[in-house]
Design a protein around this ligand. Sequence first.
Ligand code: SF4
Length: 388
Amino acid sequence: MKKDETQKKGHEDTHSHSYLPIHNSVTDFYIHVPLCVKKCHYCNFTSFHSTDNRISQYLSGIEKELAGFKPKNTPRTLHVGGGTPNILRGKNAVSFISCLQNAELTHPAEEFAVELNPELVDRDYVRFLTLEGVTRLSLGVQSLNEKKLRFLGRIHDSDTAVEAFKSCRASHAKSVSVDFIFALPKEDEKTLRKDLENILSLSPDHVSAYALTIENGCRLFDDLQKNRFKPPEDDKFLSLFTLTGKILKDAGYERYETSNFRKYFSARSVHNSHVWSGKNYLGFGPASVSRIGNIRSKNVTDLLLYSKGKIITESEEVTEQQRRLEILMTGLRTKGGIRLGVFSNFERNKIEGLIEKKLISVTKTRCLVTEEGVPLVDEITALLSTMI
Ligand code: SF4
């Protein structure tokens, strides 16, 4: 999102979220753990190579940031993401969870989710998490094909991922989700089908299926610049995208967001569903993002500053139009679509062609992208954004 310079506040505040007196209205919370064993080749997120020192810095910072924080209303969701949250093990895991407990965040009414990477999962660990209240485990499997895993630079192999999944299943978690990445260079329909069917044979409750994107700042981006591989052509990409949706649908998974599929209604990510629908959320941890009303803020990325309690949150005011654009972009990716009220000048004639081709559907009150339109959701969003 481009910042509107005239609206940008850009103030800094070293006090944990005190700049947001209205945070009392928030019931969806996010904790960011930007630490990983090793950087994956496709990763351009904020994540630091974990060392004992950085783990200590992280814990020291999160303790300071959460000190004295209490949600006014019972939280509805708590999502711990990364990074690799399960890098916090043993006494570090106990300290981390106790920070969350002290802040009264660990008993949300609807969901307490934790993202995990397979290399650091075992039965005792996930049992510990679920005994502390975690209800949803989201496992970064990505693939069970060794070649794909190596290309992506993942440090786990397929056996480790399967064992990790079984550990999650054996815990008290209500649901277990897996991540899947497809549309790698040279991936064909046969490879994709075998990989996804192997994953589905584990019977996850939910699958997040993302096409590989290669953005500036990751190792694959440099390799791409050096012509070390070619991403799939558009028609191949479309074929793989469509096949992924079909395999999941045939296996009984419902697409409720462009990249997210649930086996039954309550297997959805409640936290993400709330965020996609435009609800306020408050993030903690280095580089975490919050959005409350028309204020969007981001915590400091520097781990050393963070560890010293210098949260130095940047915040900016988003315009009404930017908000509506965000709602359009996230809402169109969801099954329910968006309210027509989001548009400031909705002109049906501009999208008649899309309606005739059954790529979007417009009711009296809502506009949504159909299953046929899903592969073109970005193009459809670009067209509709002209009416915001
Ligand atoms: S595990 Fe996730 S956050 Fe960590 S390096 Fe890999 S892609 Fe990035």
